[in-house]
Design a protein around this ligand. Structure first.
Ligand SMILES: [Zn+2]
Length: 311
């Protein structure tokens, strides 16, 4: 099951008890329906519990409700449930009772704060979705029209949630992108466990990012060492191939030869391998002197034979 389905399943575990709240949730489902009451279909969901709960809530209002079970068009292993009211007269009654259609929201159904939460819960269950937090923080609700988007925004704002609004494929979408807001929303509509899971994912992501940053930093240091060694090798080879290593005094010559034979050795290892071991910074100092000599030779116009230079 997807994270989104888990959230909806969790919400459905605690059914609304008070009639005013159930009525507010039904109001959300009917008001934001794309087809109802002109057509029998109210909404379609993958959540069986939601379909059954919505049907029983509508039955409480006196409606005769059908639930049709189909297979998902794209995912043959998933069942989808369509909640519909065939009886035309019942549809007309519900339309009149809830003032359905394009009109603004009727706030008389949303007077109590518990009912506003129930309304948001219905919206998300029937017309909302969210991405897995592993991928991204994104929760959205299809608000259909700009007028509804504005009104739903106000209901949510009233509950402490500030949605953002975007337009997609001719529909207004309310969405949340900030993880804290999504956590608050999930807790609000009755999915505290999912909210906690989202927090855990966030912590894991933070730890992973930190580890990545540290690793990148270490890799950068390693690259620095490698490129420094490459520079030293280039200078030593330049001296060897032009004036010869005998040009260097004895202590530099020994180190130069050691470096040529052991390009991977760290400064510390080089220091310990010398016939008269010196400190790491001592080795660094000698290598620097070798590079300075190579640099001076280059400035004096000493150059490698053509063919070698190209290789
Ligand atoms: Zn209520």
């Amino acid at each position: 099951m997807s994270f989104c389905q888990d959230v909806k399943q969790e919400v459905m575990k605690t059914p609304l008890r008070a009639f005013h709240c159930r009525s507010a949730m039904v109001y959300a489902i009917l008001k934001l329906s794309k087809s109802f009451p002109q057509e029998p279909t109210v909404f379609t969901t993958e959540n069986k519990d939601l379909a059954e709960d919505a049907a029983s809530m509508l039955a409480e209002m006196g409606a005769i409700v059908d639930i049709r079970r189909d297979l998902h068009r794209l995912r043959a292993d998933t069942e989808v449930y369509t909640v519909s009211i065939e009886h035309e007269h019942t549809r007309a009654l519900l339309r009149d009772y809830y003032h359905l259609g394009k009109s603004p929201l009727d706030w008389s159904f949303l007077e109590k704060s518990c009912c506003r939460v129930a309304f948001l819960r219905g919206l998300f269950l029937a017309y909302g979705s969210m991405a897995s937090p592993e991928k991204e923080y994104h929760l959205e609700i299809n608000a259909l029209t700009p007028l509804f988007a504005e009104e739903l925004y106000r209901v949510a704002e009233n509950c402490g949630i500030r949605f953002k609004v975007a337009r997609r494929k001719g529909c207004e979408i309310l969405y949340l992108k900030e993880s804290e807001q999504i956590e608050d929303f999930l807790t609000l509509i009755g999915a505290p466990v999912s909210s906690m899971k989202l927090m855990e994912v966030k912590v894991m992501k933070t730890v992973r990012n930190h580890v990545n940053r540290t690793t990148n930093c270490e890799t950068a240091n390693l690259n620095k060492t490698v490129s420094a060694a490459a520079g030293q090798l280039q200078d030593i080879r330049f001296i060897r191939d032009t004036v010869g290593l005998s040009y260097l005094d004895e202590e530099l010559r020994e180190l130069a030869q050691l470096r040529l034979q052991n390009s991977e050795m760290s400064l510390r290892e080089l220091a310990a391998t010398l016939s008269q071991p010196i400190s790491r910074s001592g080795v660094n100092h000698r290598l620097k002197r070798i590079s300075d000599i190579a640099q001076k030779l280059r400035e004096q116009g000493v150059a490698l034979p053509e063919d070698e230079n190209e290789g």
